[in-house]
Design a protein around this ligand. Structure first.
Ligand SMILES: *Cc1c(COP(=O)(O)O)cnc(C)c1O
Length: 355
């Protein structure tokens, strides 16, 4: 038993994947399960495959390496670094791209390895992260790619609601389908995959507004948190607590609510402020900002307040709780997306799967 610990419920993750893959399949959409928030942990990815994911997708090649044993297509989500082209061709069957220079490098490695590497050309529909923005550049790029025998343009895709907060709508996704049609006309190329975004596109399925022709989505947050992400609404019948954080109490003492002496900067350069609530019972826990941000955790015990923390400590006010806590006891938290990401990345946090 080692703390802090994240407990991952594989059964709930499989059920969430099953629920969403069914909904998507009914509209002719296959899903890629996005594994980056849990650093590509193979047991969790396996639960998503059992739940009906047709692809695994991650933004980091290091994570795709961990998933090499699964025989379904793997997608690299972040545009490849030119310097990683060899690994991309080795460990990803498909990568998202927007730069011809990088595609050329992928082609060189694909040729050396006697492989065909698939790419999805990313189109920026206004969220202003990755993708080709100028329409002419799309057709020119596809023309240039034609000379690379070991590169196949499998499709086009877009990503929304990540930087600009742009909500996927019929209108912007129809643009993607328009571009597909023009590629057929102008490049004489029929595309297989039209990838219409991430969890923020799910609301279009719910309201039956998903344009026909979008046949692929890349889902992360919705599978692990049971939430669509355009409006932050919970998905009906999905599990929201697939990940649980447990931390251990290392000190319990009654102390004043205001520090004693002149107040300067805290450990992170901020000047803290305090409200005088008199003497309070405080529990000090063994987890800190190195492992998780305080804003990303939520107590199961609603009568406990989070007072703050530092790199390695979390301070709780346990005066009002009905539970009797002692040294060595465990306190549990729900995790936000950022909370899952950071705890799964921290080498100081133990990870345990249950089902
Ligand atoms: C992270 C990511 C996703 C998954 O996003 P969620 O909001 O977690 O569903 C999809 N596509 C790309 C390109 C990503 O980087």
């Amino acid at each position: 038993m080692s703390y802090p610990k994240v407990i991952i419920d594989l059964n709930k993750i499989e059920k969430n994947t099953l629920l969403l893959s069914k909904k998507c399949n009914e509209k002719g959409i296959d899903i890629a399960a996005v594994t980056k928030v849990f650093c590509g942990a193979p047991e969790i990815a396996h639960a998503m495959i059992k739940g009906g994911a047709k692809y695994l997708a991650d933004s980091r090649i290091e994570n795709l390496k961990k998933l090499n044993k699964f025989h379904i297509p793997k997608i690299l989500l972040r545009l490849p670094m030119k310097s990683q082209a060899e690994d991309v061709v080795e460990y990803a069957d498909i990568s998202l791209n927007s730069e011809i220079e990088v595609i050329e490098e992928l082609s060189t490695w694909a040729k050396k390895k006697n492989k065909v590497h698939n790419i999805i050309l990313m189109i920026d529909l206004g969220d202003l992260r990755e993708g080709i923005f100028e329409e002419e550049e799309i057709y020119e790029t596809i023309n240039k790619i034609k000379k690379y025998e070991n590169i196949r343009v499998k499709g086009i895709g877009t990503n929304l609601t990540c930087y600009g907060g742009i909500i996927p709508r019929k209108e912007n996704l129809n643009k993607l389908l328009n571009i597909r049609d023009k590629i057929k006309e102008r490049n004489n190329l029929e595309l297989e995959m039209i990838s219409g975004g991430n969890s923020s596109s799910l609301h279009l399925i719910e309201s039956d507004d998903m344009p026909q022709g979008i046949n692929h989505l890349r889902l992360g947050e919705s599978l692990v948190l049971g939430r669509e992400t355009a409006f932050g609404e919970n998905i009906e019948n999905a599990h929201r607590d697939c990940f649980k954080l447990e931390v251990e109490i290392i000190e319990i003492k009654e102390k004043p609510s205001i520090p004693i002496g002149d107040i300067g900067m805290d450990a992170f350069g901020n000047k803290p402020t305090f409200i005088d609530k008199g003497i309070r019972k405080r529990a000090l826990c063994a987890i800190g900002k190195q492992d998780v941000d305080i804003s990303d955790i939520e107590l199961y015990d609603c009568d406990i307040d989070i007072l703050g923390g530092s790199s390695d400590h979390l301070i709780l006010d346990i005066t009002d709780t009905k539970n009797d806590y002692n040294i060595g006891d465990i306190i549990s938290f729900r995790l936000s997306y950022g909370g899952i990401l950071k705890t799964m990345t921290s080498e100081y946090v133990d990870k345990v799967v249950s089902s």
